[in-house]
Design a protein around this ligand. Structure first.
Ligand code: TMP
Ligand code: MG
Length: 297
């Protein structure tokens, strides 16, 4: 068996031997991979976060905008609003990623951040027709190798649930413009509510922030018929809060979690290795998720 393991990882998954890949229990990862491979793609679902997971954290030394930050475009919001949103980002983003605070401590502050930002956005009378151009001009870019990831899942008819605390309409436009909005893609996010004239008047459904994805999973993901009867889950995220995205899966059998550690690496490595099965440190590519997919399907 030991020889087989070596063969599996060395020959089939050399990507897991890169220095940027950290695993708490390599054996557990290998066992899960083999079990998923054995069960086949008909039993698989993929659940992924969007901002800084499917989209890159940085590109050519510059931060890539999140879906909220894509809205920072003069077609959509004025300078004053942009300035206020940036101020809020400066205050709340360090709290979001602070390893010394618990999720319970962060939750009220995240609700505060999202509520304030959404309120600012609603005041701007954003027009739906302008979103596509803002996305086009935003510089947003998905992780290298995203085409293979999306196309392979579509080809295998494996559902891909994109579960985001970002802005759903922007997220969908990014995926559409990247030409990978295949029929197997499902989105759960904060979706804009427009009036009859196509002007933003609010957000639909319950607010989703980084640390209440469990509630969203139980309420919004669990009822999706496409995801039922698929007990094997590949989960991708960049926040510890993203681990709760699989909490809606009814009878999970094998769960493999992959965490992108983009920022504050030194301070957060320990907690990420503790929480995710595979941790990818400052890796802007889909190389490992693609290799995992190739192996299990
Ligand atoms: P995600 O669930 O797709 O990762 O989206 C959530 C991210 O959005 C989270 O990491 C913080 C980020 N964010 C902004 O960049 N600007 C904002 O104004 C807000 C409210 C969130
Ligand atoms: Mg994210």
């Amino acid at each position: 068996l030991a020889i087989w393991y070596q063969w599996t990882t060395r020959t089939e998954l050399p990507e897991l031997s890169k220095v940027s890949v950290l695993m708490r229990q390599r054996n557990k990862v290998e066992n899960t991979l083999r079990a998923m491979q054995h069960a086949g793609p008909g039993t698989l679902q993929v659940i992924s976060d969007f901002d800084m997971t499917l989209s890159r954290f940085a590109h050519h030394g510059k931060r890539v905008p999140t879906t909220h930050n894509i809205l920072d475009h003069r077609l959509l919001i004025d300078e004053d609003c942009a300035c206020n949103m940036r101020k809020l980002l400066k205050i709340y983003y360090p709290i979001e990623i602070d390893p010394s605070l618990t999720s319970e401590q962060k939750i009220p502050l995240m609700v505060e951040w999202w509520t304030k930002v959404h309120h600012l956005l609603i005041q701007q009378k954003i027009q739906r027709d302008m979103l596509a151009q803002a996305v086009q001009e935003s510089g947003v870019i998905l992780r290298e190798g995203y085409e293979v990831f999306f196309d392979r899942l579509a080809e295998l008819q494996v559902p891909l649930l994109i579960f985001s605390a970002g802005v759903g309409d922007i997220l969908e436009e990014v995926v559409r413009q990247s030409q990978v909005f295949h029929p197997n893609v499902h989105v759960i996010s904060n979706c804009m509510d427009f009036d009859a004239n196509g002007v933003l008047r609010g957000f639909k459904g319950p607010l989703i922030h980084t640390f209440n994805k469990r509630e969203g999973a139980l309420l919004l993901a669990a009822p999706l018929p496409e995801l039922r009867e698929r007990p094997n889950v590949l989960l991708l995220g960049d926040s510890l809060g993203d681990l709760a995205m699989a909490d809606g899966v009814a009878r999970p059998r094998n769960l493999l979690t992959v965490g992108f550690l983009n920022d504050q690496v030194e301070e957060r490595t320990e907690s990420y290795v503790e929480a995710f099965d595979i941790v990818l440190v400052k890796d802007e590519t889909m190389e490992v998720p693609n290799a995992v997919l190739k192996f299990i399907t």
